[in-house]
Design a protein around this ligand. Structure first.
Ligand SMILES: [Zn+2]
Ligand SMILES: [Zn+2]
Length: 423
């Protein structure tokens, strides 16, 4: 049997890696400039973290989690591959009492998450997310900053075509009345909704807005929108005023997002470059999650977003055409015959110690085949050592990017590093 990767889980091969690296570096650089610090958490967590932190009635928790069989763990204490990274970050903050050290934290992450979905383009069972969590403030400018940071990351990797869908879903004060009015309206036109949505009407009414079925989407557009309470309306206004026209912002009253923990601000970044399933990622404010997961020990306002790495990569490719080239090497060392191999390995080690990148042939191949490798690996210079050069303590440098006579010169072994750095 041929061995393959598990369904919906992908390899990132060397040709694809430069685009991943470019995005990861852009994320790290933008987060650093915005004052966010990195946090890394395990890929496995106790299942109950997601039941409490994401919500028992969400599709993620009901259908999509990879939970390890409970042979060693007690049945009620199984482990699950994280389906998202916000709950783990909040769990970590609470566990390590970070909020006792500082009242406000700005954190970012970049890593894999896992959902048992039917794989399709840009949606996989092992997928990757980058995201931020700003924990410890209810100030609307933090919401604004999170949106600007998401936009900054997209622009810095060349993705200019996107819009920000934006909504407020209120708080404990104004949401119950909204929920009731949506419920009443939905019940009055029950036949327009799919069986899943009919169940949602009783269990988790706002999830109605997340249904992907066209009939449900159309019916959801006719449902009432929220009447915000004073503080929520004020929060909302300050964000919209502060963002002004700096971004393509579209207020969308049907945007509620799939997770239970949001309060007030919700937003989604979408790009036409992705086709029908156009979301790049989204986020919002979740003022109750820290309280919920800490059992009331901490009460901290929070804002965050999560973006799909694979989805941003599709938008990057569609924006720029050719993906970035692998970086190549400073040198490729070539042995004219077998007797120089050991000495050449010494030269290679010295050049690496001087900070240069390069490699050599380890397969005992001909001079010609070695020169072909130098080209394939995009080496800048071939460092050639034959018996004649070895006897005189020199190597021949061949500049693989230059033409004609400028291409070759002889250099003392002691001077090669200096020469290559200057070239
Ligand atoms: Zn409110
Ligand atoms: Zn539906």
């Amino acid at each position: 049997m041929k061995l393959t990767a598990p369904r919906g889980m992908n390899d990132v091969l060397p040709d694809d890696a430069p685009a991943w690296l470019k995005l990861e570096q852009a994320v790290r650089d933008a987060c650093r400039r915005f004052g966010y610090e990195e946090i890394r958490t395990p890929v496995l967590e106790h299942t109950k973290l997601f039941q409490r932190g994401v919500g028992e009635t969400t599709d993620i928790v009901e259908k999509q989690m990879f939970t390890l069989s409970a042979r060693e763990e007690a049945e009620e204490d199984t482990l699950t591959l994280r389906p998202e990274i916000t709950a783990p970050v909040v769990r970590s903050m609470i566990e390590h009492d970070l909020l006792k050290q500082r009242g406000f934290w700005k954190l970012y992450y970049f890593g894999p998450a896992f959902r048992k979905e039917r794989p399709q383009k840009g949606r996989y069972r092992q997928f990757h997310q980058f995201g931020i969590e700003a924990i410890g403030a209810k100030e609307p400018l933090v919401d604004v900053e999170s949106i600007l940071l998401f936009a900054e990351i997209l622009r810095s990797v060349g993705v200019e075509k996107f819009e920000v869908r934006f909504n407020s879903i209120g708080c404990e004060t104004c949401r119950p009345a909204y929920r009731d009015s949506v419920q009443k309206a939905a019940r009055s036109k029950l036949d327009r909704f799919c069986p899943d949505c009919k169940r949602r009407i009783d269990r988790n009414i706002l999830r109605l807005f997340d249904c992907k079925i066209e009939g449900c989407k159309a019916a959801a557009k006719d449902l009432p929108s929220i009447k915000l309470c004073g503080p929520c309306a004020d929060h909302d206004q300050r964000i919209r005023r502060s963002l002004g026209s700096s971004l393509p912002l579209r207020v969308d009253p049907t945007l509620v997002r799939g997770l239970d923990y949001y309060t007030q601000t919700v937003y989604e970044f979408a790009s036409p470059l992705l086709g029908a399933q156009d979301a790049l990622g989204g986020g919002g404010r979740y003022n109750n999650l820290v309280k919920e997961l800490s059992g009331g020990e901490y009460d901290a306002g929070a804002v965050g977003f999560a973006a799909g790495v694979e989805r941003v990569l599709i938008a990057m490719e569609a924006s720029r055409g050719a993906p970035p080239e692998p970086p190549g090497l400073d040198f490729y060392a070539v042995a004219v015959d077998e007797s120089q191999r050991q000495a050449l390995f010494g030269v290679v080690s010295r050049l690496r110690a001087a900070g240069l990148s390069g490699t050599m042939d380890f397969e005992g191949r001909s001079l010609k085949a070695q020169m072909r490798s130098a080209d394939k690996l995009r080496a800048r210079v071939a460092v050639i050592l034959g018996p004649d050069e070895a006897a005189r303590g020199v190597v021949k440098l061949k500049n693989l990017r230059a033409q004609g006579d400028a291409r070759e010169q002889e250099v003392k072994i002691d001077d090669v590093a200096t020469k290559l750095r200057g070239a």
